[in-house]
Write a protein that binds this ligand. Structure first.
Ligand SMILES: [Zn+2]
Ligand SMILES: [Zn+2]
Length: 257
């Protein structure tokens, strides 16, 4: 018997992957670092790669699927994704399981609810998970906030959301104009401000902790991200612990319940 927890194996444009571990099951949301690195980081959280029941992909960008094929093939783990994501993710030699962006499914004792998000990818999704009585919502690579995203992430115990950039740092930074525009667009990445807006809209009594994902190394700082989100929470008369993840490092574990 062990407690349920979530651990971020890596976060940022260098690669994203999150381990979700329950009493009976373990799954990875994205596998954007190499297979070897996934194995190594799983071990730091006491998780055997062969114990992973599924890899769930949010979308086909390399920072989310880099190690997926090899990891799934070597360890006999099924790869779950929407048809749009699987079509653009190498998966030869693996068991690929097509999911709908609207249908709930289960991996052992974890109930998975995918929902569509706006991001410049074929068919991107985010996930809400039910583990015993706890709800965990994980959404990175969000171009913008939609009512659907707010609805799906409401009533969570643990929120994991993208806080990609500080708008001021991005606008005044070295990125070429086309890239700045793409990041700031409604199909790009979520700013600290919008991450704060999302948190303020979904905050509730159940919410224990907010984890900020996918912070840009060049256009963000963890103190800025945390302070910006905290400011929005204070305005919403809420007090919740906000933990920014460190670029490229493993973070957690974050216990559930
Ligand atoms: Zn992406
Ligand atoms: Zn990404």
């Amino acid at each position: 018997m062990h407690e349920s927890f979530v651990a971020v194996l890596s976060s940022g444009s260098c690669g994203n992957s999150t381990l979700v571990s329950s009493r009976e099951s373990a799954l990875l949301i994205d596998a954007g670092i190499s297979c070897r690195e996934l194995e190594r980081r799983l071990e730091t959280f006491g998780a055997e790669p062969s114990r992973v029941d599924a890899v769930l992909l949010t979308h086909e960008h390399t920072d989310h699927n880099r190690g997926a094929r090899r990891f799934c093939r070597v360890h006999g783990v099924p790869m779950y994704g929407t048809s749009g994501t699987l079509a653009l993710t190498p998966h030869e030699g693996t068991e690929a399981v097509e999911i709908s962006a609207r249908e709930v499914f289960s991996i052992g004792d974890i109930t998975v609810r995918p929902f569509p998000v706006k991001h410049l990818a074929a068919e991107p999704v985010a996930f809400s998970l039910k583990i015993d009585d706890a709800k965990v919502s994980i959404a990175s690579d969000l171009g913008c906030l939609t009512d659907r995203v707010v609805r799906e992430m409401s009533e969570s115990n643990l929120l994991m959301i993208e806080a990609n950039h500080d708008v001021h740092l991005l606008e005044n930074g070295n990125y070429p104009d086309f890239l700045k525009k793409a990041i700031l667009s409604n199909h790009g990445h979520l700013s600290n401000e919008n991450a704060g807006n999302l948190c303020a809209r979904v905050v509730c009594d159940r919410l224990d902790e907010i984890i900020l994902l996918h912070l840009s190394r060049d256009n963000n700082r963890s103190d800025l991200a945390r302070d910006t989100v905290n400011t929005r929470l204070v305005e919403a008369a809420a007090k919740v612990r906000v933990t920014p993840t460190e670029y490229g490092s493993h973070n957690g574990p974050f216990r559930l319940g």
